[in-house]
Design a protein around this ligand. Structure first.
Ligand code: AIR
Length: 387
């Protein structure tokens, strides 16, 4: 595939490259196989989940130049599944094959300072924030407490985040800030609901959007996602419009997720942008006419983007760390699957680590209330089995 062929449809049977091999890449790969594509996966971990579905795999670190060449040779185009892929890699790869989304959006999403500046420059509402270059500067931050301090790069799932509730804690947190600066200090907003909106863009005129998903976090990690979110139609529309506006401004084709906070007064503040499908969008596999992964493939290969229609309400329960060991106990597995609304998804991760996303249980059916109760009951069951 030559670079000037950007508008061509990449035909079925071609090989789609995936940078990163976690669960998101895994769901992409499963969907790609169903379309009739083959998949190549590059991830430094030999056991990365997406490699289960790949015809070619690469285990080298992402800065390995020979692997870049080989990856480009076997792949007709490439996408990515997490924001910590080095931009230098997508930059170099873009010279050889089609990469969607490209370095532009990856560069923004992987650096919180750039992301915040981009959003404020474009008059998108965000929480109040300050940028510090070294930990001592925490002392002079003028924002009202509480704060959350985040590393500008290489953070996800609560990694690289510190919460400061009272001024007495500032000095000790300043000492424990790990990694290189800068850091973004955000004023914590008392929000009513956290929402995420997944958007697909063809890079030209067509933007499609899923309705917002409502997300409930525990210790900085996504625990439960509810779709559709329990919000009014007016807020739903505003959230979708806001997400679309941001993705249009970024301008890259692909699938993106915009995370936002809904405040008590109805305002929406944008938290962050992911240049990839989102963990809070796994439910779209079961509950929509077209999933976020199918849209990622369509945007990548140049096939038409269509508006997703919801088939059923759903509630997703993440299975974290040791809860997964409990889940694999036959009695527990059977107990969960006695519920006719439940489906188990295991990501195929070789090691169980505390708080690691190991799988999810998707509850879908007509009554959102029942689905939420089932998720809460199952959550209790999985964590109790631990003691
Ligand atoms: N991911 C990407 N950004 C945030 C998340 N959670 C997904 C991607 C990535 C995987 O989580 O699929 O590859 C990494 O998971 P782990 O458990 O190996 O750290």
């Amino acid at each position: 595939m030559k670079i000037e062929d950007q508008h061509l449809v990449i035909p079925l049977g071609s090989t789609l490259g995936m940078l990163g091999g976690g669960q998101i890449g895994g769901f992409f790969a499963e969907a790609a196989l169903r379309f009739g594509y083959k998949v190549s996966v590059w991830d430094p971990s030999p056991n990365a989940p997406a490699k289960r579905f790949a015809s070619v795999v690469f285990d080298a670190p992402f800065d390995h130049p020979d692997t870049l060449k080989k990856f480009a040779d076997v792949s007709d185009c490439a996408s990515l599944e997490w924001e910590n892929i080095p931009v230098t890699l997508t930059d170099d790869l873009e010279k050889l094959i089609r990469v969607r989304p490209g370095s532009n959006s990856l560069g923004l999403a992987q650096d919180r300072t750039k992301e915040k500046h981009f959003l404020t420059e474009n008059h998108i509402p965000v929480t109040k924030y300050a940028v510090i270059e070294n930990p001592d500067e925490l002392d002079v931050v003028q924002l009202e407490l509480p704060w959350v301090v985040k590393t500008a790069t290489l953070g996800y799932d609560g990694h690289g985040q510190w919460r400061i509730s009272k001024s007495q804690d500032i000095a000790s947190i300043a000492k424990s800030l790990k990694g290189d600066g800068p850091w973004v200090v955000e004023q914590v907003v008392p929000y009513k609901i956290e929402l995420s909106v997944v958007v697909g863009y063809d890079g030209k005129t067509k933007l499609v959007t899923f309705p917002p998903t409502e997300n409930i976090h525990e210790n900085g990690i996504l625990r439960i996602s509810i779709s559709p979110a329990r919000i009014s139609m007016e807020i739903e529309k505003r959230a979708q419009d806001l997400a679309q506006e941001i993705i249009r401004k970024i301008g890259d084709p692909g699938v993106f997720c915009v995370e936002m906070f809904l405040l008590e007064n109805g305002r929406l503040l944008v938290n962050e942008i992911a240049p990839r499908p989102h963990n809070a969008g796994h439910h779209t596999i079961d509950s929509f006419t077209v999933s976020q992964y199918e849209l990622q493939i369509r945007a990548l290969v140049g096939l038409p983007l269509v508006n997703p229609q919801q088939i059923t309400p759903s509630v997703l329960l993440n299975v974290l760390g040791e809860e997964y060991t409990n889940l694999t106990d036959s009695y527990t597995t059977s107990w969960i699957l006695k519920n006719q609304n439940a489906r188990i998804y295991s990501y195929g991760k070789a090691d169980v680590r505390p708080n690691r996303k190991m799988g999810h249980i998707l509850f879908s059916g007509p009554s959102q209330e029942d689905l939420i109760l089932s998720a809460q009951e199952t959550h209790k069951f999985l964590t109790k089995a631990n003691v």
